[in-house]
Design a protein around this ligand. Structure first.
Ligand code: ADP
Ligand code: MG
Length: 466
C-alpha cells in the first residue's frame, strides 16, 4: 500500500488527539468500562477538527452512543473544540482487506455525534443523563419506597411533603439513577424548569473556585435560582465547614420557596457524624428512604431488562449464574453483562457459561486488586488538599502527617499489602512507622468527625474502583 506524507501526518496527529481523549475518558468512567469499550478503538485520521476512529462493530457504536454520549460530547468539546466531530468507522469483514482510504469512504462510516443544542433548556449544564429513567429502573423489594417517592416527586416536584427527599444506601444500588430520573422527569414535564444535578465533590470544587475568584455570592445565587437541586453523595460534605455553611443558606432559601431538594448519601442523616447538626436536622424534615441490595428476583429482572434493551437474548441459566454470583452491587451486575456482551461481540463467540464464569471472575478479582496504595494516596491527598509528593517526603507539617497516616491506615485496611510494602510506598518508611500510623488513626476514630471523614474516604475509594 502506498502511503504518502499526508497520511503519515494524519495518523500521528490522530493518535495524539485520541490519546488525549482517552485520558479524559479514563478519568470519567469505571476501569472496566474503559477497558471494554474504549481501548479497542483505534484512531484513523484527524483533520479539520474531525477525528475518525475505528470501532469493531455497530453494536459498539450503539452501546457507546447510548451509554457514554454525555462524556463523549464533553470530550469532543474539550479536545476537538466546539466545531469538533467524532466519526465512527466500522470495520467489518467485507471491507477489512481494502485499503484505508476505501474504509473511510465505505458506507459504514457514520457521523454519529453532533453537539446537542436544545433551545428550550436554560443556559447551564444540568448534568442530567437521559439514560436514567423511571422506565428502566426495576422495582424491587429493596427500593420500593425510594422508587415510589421518587416518582411522586417527579410528577409534583416541590409540592409533595417529601422535601428534602433523602435517599441513602450502599454503593451501586441505584441512588444516582433514581435522583437523575426525578430530574429528567421534572424537565420532561416542564422544560423551562431549572433543574441541576451535581455531585458533592463537584459542588465543593466549584465553591472553592468561587471563593478564590471572589464569586461566592454568584455561586450561591446560581444554586438558589434552581427549581430543583439534586446533590449526590452528600456525605462528602463532612469536614468541609465552609461549603456546609453556604450549602445551609442555599438549602434554606430553596426550601422556603417550595423548591425541590433531593439528596443522597451512603448513610441516613443522623449517622452523618461530623456534619453540622443544623444540616442533619434539616435533612430529616422531608422524607428519608433507603435502598437495600436487590433480592435474587430483582437481580434477574434487572439483567433481563438490560439484555433486552440491547436486543440480545441470553439464556436463563447464564443470567441466573450472574445473579447468583454478584449479589450486592447493581453496577457490578451490569458490568458483568457488558463484559460478556463485549467479549462475545468482539470474538464472535456464543454467549455461554464459560464466558459468564470468566466475566464473573474478572469482576471479583477486579474488586480486590484494583485498589492500589497509590490510588488510596491520591484520594486521601485530594481530600486533605495536600500535594501527593509531600506525603512521600520527610514533611512534618500537621496536615501532611495526618494525610500520610490516614493513607497508610486505609492502605492497611483496603489492600492486602504488607506493612513493609506500605512503608515503601510512603518514601521508604519502616514497617513500624506504618503500625504507628495505623494506631494513631484508630485512636482518632473515637472522634465522630474524624470517623466520618475516614469512613467517607473509604467509601469513595471503594466507589472509585467499581
Ligand atoms: P449508586 O448511585 O447507588 O452508587 P447507581 O445509581 O450509579 O448507584 O447505579 C449503578 C448502576 O446500576 C447504574 O447503571 C444504574 O442504572 C443501575 N441500577 C441500579 N438500580 C437499578 C434498578 N433498580 N433497575 C435498573 N438498573 C439499576
Ligand atoms: Mg451514585
Amino acid at each position: 500500500m502506498e502511503v504518502n506524507d499526508k497520511e503519515i501526518t494524519e495518523k500521528i496527529s490522530s493518535t495524539k488527539i485520541w490519546k488525549k481523549c482517552l485520558s479524559v475518558i479514563k478519568e470519567n468512567v469505571p476501569a472496566l468500562t474503559y477497558s471494554t469499550w474504549f481501548t479497542p478503538i483505534k484512531p484513523i485520521e484527524y483533520n479539520n477538527n474531525r477525528l475518525k476512529i475505528e470501532v469493531p462493530n455497530t453494536f459498539f457504536i450503539e452501546w457507546i452512543e447510548e451509554h457514554y454520549n454525555t462524556i463523549i460530547n464533553n470530550v469532543v468539546n474539550q479536545i476537538l473544540g466546539k466545531e469538533g466531530k467524532l466519526l465512527y468507522v466500522v470495520l467489518d469483514e467485507d471491507v477489512a482487506n481494502l485499503e484505508m482510504t476505501n474504509i473511510i469512504d465505505a458506507p459504514q462510516t457514520r457521523e454519529v455525534i453532533t453537539p446537542i443544542v436544545d433551545e428550550v433548556r436554560p443556559e447551564f449544564e444540568s448534568y442530567l443523563m437521559p439514560r436514567y429513567k423511571f422506565d428502566n429502573f426495576i422495582k424491587g423489594e429493596g427500593n420500593q419506597l425510594a422508587r415510589a417517592a421518587a416518582i411522586a416527586i417527579g410528577e409534583n416536584s416541590g409540592e409533595t411533603s417529601f422535601n428534602p427527599f433523602f435517599i441513602y444506601g450502599g454503593v451501586g444500588l441505584g441512588k444516582t439513577h433514581l435522583m437523575q430520573a426525578i430530574g429528567n422527569r421534572i424537565i420532561e414535564k416542564s422544560p423551562s424548569k431549572k433543574v441541576i444535578y451535581i455531585s458533592t465533590e463537584q459542588f465543593t470544587v466549584e465553591f472553592i473556585d468561587a471563593i478564590q475568584s471572589g464569586k461566592a455570592n454568584e455561586f450561591s445565587n446560581f444554586y438558589k435560582s434552581m427549581d430543583a437541586l439534586i446533590i449526590d453523595d452528600i456525605q462528602f460534605l463532612i469536614g468541609k465547614e465552609r461549603t456546609q455553611d453556604y450549602f445551609f443558606h442555599i438549602f434554606n432559601r430553596l426550601h422556603q420557596a417550595g423548591k425541590q431538594i433531593i439528596l443522597s448519601s451512603d448513610k441516613p442523616p443522623k449517622e452523618l457524624k461530623g456534619l453540622n447538626e443544623r444540616l442533619i436536622s434539616r435533612f430529616q424534615w422531608g422524607l428519608t428512604a433507603d435502598i437495600q441490595a436487590p433480592d435474587f428476583e430483582t437481580r434477574m429482572a434487572i439483567l433481563k431488562n438490560k439484555a433486552e434493551s440491547f436486543g440480545i437474548s441470553i439464556p436463563n441459566d447464564i443470567l441466573e449464574y450472574m445473579a447468583h454470583n454478584i449479589t450486592s452491587n447493581i453496577r457490578e451486575l451490569e458490568g458483568c453483562l457488558i463484559k460478556i456482551l463485549a467479549s462475545a461481540s468482539l470474538n464472535s463467540q456464543e454467549i455461554d457459561l464459560t464466558l459468564a464464569k470468566k466475566a464473573v471472575n474478572e469482576i471479583a478479582t477486579g474488586r480486590q486488586i484494583n485498589i492500589s496504595i497509590d490510588y488510596i494516596t491520591q484520594i486521601v491527598c485530594e481530600y486533605f488538599e495536600v500535594d501527593e509528593n509531600k506525603v512521600r517526603e520527610k514533611n512534618r507539617k500537621k496536615e501532611v502527617v495526618l494525610a500520610r497516616q490516614v493513607a497508610m491506615f486505609l492502605s492497611k485496611k483496603l489492600t492486602k499489602s504488607s506493612l513493609k510494602t506500605i512503608g515503601l510506598h510512603f518514601g521508604g518508611r519502616d514497617h513500624s512507622t506504618v503500625i504507628h500510623a495505623y494506631n494513631s488513626v484508630e485512636k482518632l476514630l473515637s472522634d465522630d468527625k474524624t470517623k466520618g471523614i475516614v469512613e467517607s474516604l473509604r467509601n469513595r475509594i471503594e466507589l472509585g474502583v467499581s
